[in-house]
Design a binder for this molecule. Structure first.
Ligand code: DX5
Ligand code: ZN
Length: 220
């Protein structure tokens, strides 16, 4: 039985009722709360700032998994760490000095993650495995919830799993985008141990039931 981490993305939540929406996934059995931060430059939309993370923090003790889809993330990580993030993930595509940024995240007491867009090769992170707590593979082009899973990413999940295992890394391998009842088994079988699920949880009437179904399908 595989124990996977389920991280609902609040991007698909009702922002007018965010406290209620956070509590609902918390009591419904989520492992992490995935928070999509977008700057209107790296990706077109503008979503959530550190002030929202700070507002969410008192309403759940679950891990706050902050995904920064922003240019110059090194200028933002301290604010998100102070706001209460547990994991801060930056995009490799936005970091010239990736090693330094990952070490900065760790120095702030958070776990350090790096994300790759679907077109970015896995080899781009092979030299930072020593300071990596999480790899977040995008299985859609970032920017929007509710997109379809790009099946070409499945071989990247396998490649990343092999790379982490060969290096003896305990980093989590999380997949983000289009994960739902039709795709979760493929993602987990390829080697992911954590999945983001936005519309597959928040667009369902019963969040607990939606997460249970995903867990069952992941267990195979
Ligand atoms: C996309 C975000 C995702 C998104 C996932 O840029 O990073 O976290 O919310 O949404 P679904 O699960 O609906 O594809
Ligand atoms: Zn995300």
């Amino acid at each position: 039985m595989k124990n996977i981490i389920i991280a609902p993305s609040i991007l698909s939540a009702d922002f007018a009722n965010l406290e209620k929406e956070i509590r609902a996934i918390d009591v419904g059995g989520c492992d992490w709360v995935h928070i999509d931060v977008m700057d209107g430059t790296f990706v077109p939309p503008i979503t959530i700032g550190d002030n929202i993370v700070k507002a969410i923090r008192p309403h759940t003790e679950k891990v706050l998994d902050v995904h920064l889809m922003v240019e110059h993330p090194e200028t933002q990580v301290e604010a998100f760490a102070k706001a209460g993030a547990d994991i801060i993930t930056v995009h490799q595509e936005t970091c010239v000095h990736l090693e330094r940024t990952l070490q900065l995240i760790r120095s702030l007491g958070c776990k350090a993650g790096v994300s790759l867009c679907p077109s970015t090769p896995v080899s781009n992170i092979k030299d930072v495995l020593h300071c990596l707590d999480l790899v977040l593979l995008m299985s859609v082009n970032p920017g929007y919830g509710g997109q379809s899973y790009i099946h070409a990413v499945t071989s990247k999940i396998e490649e990343t799993r092999s790379m982490l295992d060969a290096a003896g890394s305990n980093a989590d391998l999380e997949v983000d985008g289009g994960v739902n009842t039709a795709t979760i088994a493929e993602v987990v079988d390829a080697g992911a141990n954590a999945v983001v699920a936005g519309s597959a949880v928040y667009n369902k009437p019963d969040y607990a039931a939606a997460m249970s179904e995903l867990r069952e399908l992941a267990a195979g």
